[in-house]
Design a protein around this ligand. Structure first.
Ligand code: MSP
Length: 634
């Protein structure tokens, strides 16, 4: 597949700007960066796209909550994503924003083309919607009749006029594509999507009218109250980034179809079902591969803001080194499975894999090269003395790309590379160059160092995409360069010739204890409510027009409170110890007026009075000046 490609186009999802980047976003982006770097190293003309997804109800509400204009808020968070990727030296070729005018134009063109084709019709949507996932949820998929099956949050019922896309029309073609082209990686994840399609695809609502933050419909359709559904808008970024819908579509010609969309498992359906259907509708080729990774947890727990355990990737990189962090993320978790972040696991990887296996092998060869050969190593007799070791290593190099890298099995890819290191470490222990030297077998000892230098070179070239700076240092210590030429040599099984070793300080000093600052976990209190929830409580000014003690009760008074509703309400209040009926008569009080009526000592109570109570007693809360009865309290 990819090795024969002339061009390679890969993408990350575009990130919602309702929150700052966390480890999950960093993971997707870093995997994509590794693939992009590997592809470029092979000499393939590569285009790597990332960006931000900025429209939709979720973003509009997030901005409102922070009292910012939606655009101002989107600019701020989009800037944070871009700044982090720049700091992490992510080698993206374009950072797209869905608020870019060129993107908006492209989405409108796609919408119009689908409309003209007869794939879009106007109707009415009534049903459940999950704002967090920005997805419509069919009644059969709801959990407990109201929760989103993907994120577990409460859905909202929406009823609005909407344009629909004829998704059902494409069901058979999508199914055929999924089964025959096998675009999903890991392949095991395909079954779920296939089942979803086999269960029957319903037409998809693709416009909304109850908010404004989105792409307007093309003017030719002339229906200004609708905005395009955020997923349709977002998915088209993969084409608009190449200039689709603009005057210059040469990049589309060059790079489309995408070779790889990397996504999280939660958004696979959108990419493997909706996206191909949209593309079929506009008669574009379908992406070659869609790779879905799992989710990161922290110390075994789901990350969430309320738990205060969300991992900030910058903090990890600052404490342990960006490239060590990259290695850890790719090595620790089988692609597709969920992974757990713990500092302990990260430290183990750095000390063992990087320090012991890689760093030590380099230190050993530097030490021996100087001790025995004045820093100069030749590859001349490697094949003569160590054919088995060399062939084993070449065999690994010959297979890992196809078998693991292009299939996104990054953990396997690294595991196999580490086998090459262990061939080297084992060869030193078995052949003992110090004894060879003692026995006068200098040629064999030199060949052994030649073997080790070549094994390190092979590993560095293949590891370059994961740890570009570290491997460049290793290459410098061995006096060669990592580039397309050396990649090809290693790939063809050729030995690099002679090495002039340069002493460098150890690359992976041992880490003795966790390095991330322990943060005071500021937990969001469990009792936080939203402003909408607060406004559900109706508070009104009332006047006590009748009051009497409830016989047999130490605590209760029976009051009649006028709320300006024509008839006073009966409220039974536990204030007998603090107020006499007389002193309450004619006074004003604050009443919770939409409380569900409840029976107290057999009497119906139709509201509740606000009061403050401490060690010194209880005081009713009253307006500072008299107000008209029924005045709402806000
Ligand atoms: N905006 C959409 C994608 C549109 S693509 C046309 C979106 N954005 S997101 O910001 O919510 O998520 C982006 C990616 O981050 C997804 O692939 C998601 O799976 C990934 N992750 C979010 N939290 C994650 C973890 N805890 N762990 C790993 N990845 C996770 O969805």
């Amino acid at each position: 597949m990819s090795e024969n490609c002339k061009t390679y186009y890969l993408t990350t999802p575009i990130y919602y700007v309702n929150d700052i980047p966390h480890i999950g976003h960093a993971y997707t982006t870093i995997i994509a960066d590794v693939v992009a770097r590997f592809s470029r190293l092979k000499g393939i003309d590569t285009f790597f796209l990332t960006g931000t997804d900025e429209h939709g109800q979720k973003i509009e509400e997030a901005a409102k909550k922070r009292k910012k204009s939606t655009k101002e808020y989107a600019d701020e968070i989009s800037g944070k994503f871009k700044a982090l990727w720049d700091e992490f030296e992510i080698s993206y070729d374009k950072f797209i924003r869905t608020t870019d005018p060129e993107h908006i134009k492209g989405v409108q063109k796609a919408f119009l083309d689908m409309y003209k084709k007869g794939d879009i019709y106007k109707d009415y949507y009534e049903g459940h919607y999950c704002v967090s996932c920005e997805s419509f949820v069919a009644p059969g998929q709801l959990v407990n009749d109201e929760l989103c099956p993907d994120c577990g949050r409460a859905t909202r019922i929406i009823k609005e006029e909407s344009y629909f896309f004829k998704l059902s029309k494409y069901q058979d073609r999508i199914l055929k594509w999924l089964k025959e082209s096998k675009p999903i990686l890991p392949e095991a994840k395909a079954n779920e999507v296939i089942r979803f399609v086999e269960d029957g695809l319903k037409d998809l609502s693709i416009t909304r009218t109850s908010f404004e933050w989105g792409v307007k419909l093309p003017k030719e359709i002339n229906d200004p109250k609708h905005v395009v559904y955020v997923w349709l808008d977002a998915l088209f970024n993969y084409l608009t980034a190449l200039g689709y819908g603009s005057d210059d579509e040469s990049m589309v010609q060059k790079y489309w179809p995408a070779n790889l969309h990397i996504v999280g498992k939660d958004i696979l359906k959108f990419h493997a079902v909706y996206w191909p259907a949209f593309l079929m509708s506009i008669d574009y080729e379908l992406p070659k591969k869609i790779a879905a990774h799992g989710w990161w947890t922290r110390d075994g727990e789901k990350m969430s803001k309320s738990k205060g355990n969300v991992i900030n990737p910058k903090e990890v990189a600052d404490a342990y080194g960006l490239e060590n962090f990259r290695y850890f993320m790719l090595r620790e978790v089988p692609f597709g499975a969920d992974g757990d972040f713990s500092e302990k696991a990260l430290i183990d990887r750095i000390n063992n894999d990087l320090g012991n296996d890689l760093g030590n092998l380099l230190n050993r060869i530097i030490g021996m090269a100087y001790k025995y050969f004045d820093g100069k190593i030749s590859s001349e007799n490697v094949e003569k003395y160590y054919p088995t070791e060399l062939n084993e290593a070449k065999e690994i190099i010959g297979t890992i790309e196809e078998k693991y890298l292009w299939k996104m099995q990054t953990h396997k890819f690294l595991e196999e590379l580490w086998k090459i290191l262990s061939i080297g470490n084992k060869a030193i222990d078995v052949y003992k160059p110090w004894e060879l030297m003692k026995n006068g077998e200098e040629e064999k000892a030199m060949a052994l160092l030649g073997l080790i230098a070549n094994l390190l070179a092979m590993t560095s070239v293949y590891l370059y995409a994961v740890m570009p700076k570290t491997t460049t240092k290793i290459a410098k210590a061995l006096n060669f360069e990592i580039n397309t030429k050396s990649f090809k040599e290693v790939n063809d099984g050729e030995l690099l010739e002679d090495f002039v070793i340069e002493k460098i300080p150890p690359l992976f000093p041992k880490i003795e204890k966790p390095l991330m600052k322990k943060k005071e976990v500021v937990k969001e209190p469990d009792n936080i409510i939203t402003i909408d929830e607060f406004f559900k409580v109706e508070l009104k000014i009332g006047e006590v027009v009748a009051a009497e003690e409830v016989k047999k009760s130490k605590k209760l008074l029976r009051l009649e409170v006028d709320l300006g509703e024509g008839k006073p309400r009966q409220i039974v209040a536990g204030i007998k110890e603090y107020y006499s009926p007389d002193e309450l008569l004619g006074t004003q009080v604050c009443v919770v007026s939409n409380l569900k009526p409840a029976k107290l000592m057999g009497m119906m109570s139709e509201g509740m009075l606000l009061a403050a109570k401490d060690d010194e007693g209880l005081n009713l809360i009253r307006p500072e000046k008299r107000k008209k009865v029924g005045t709402p309290i806000k």
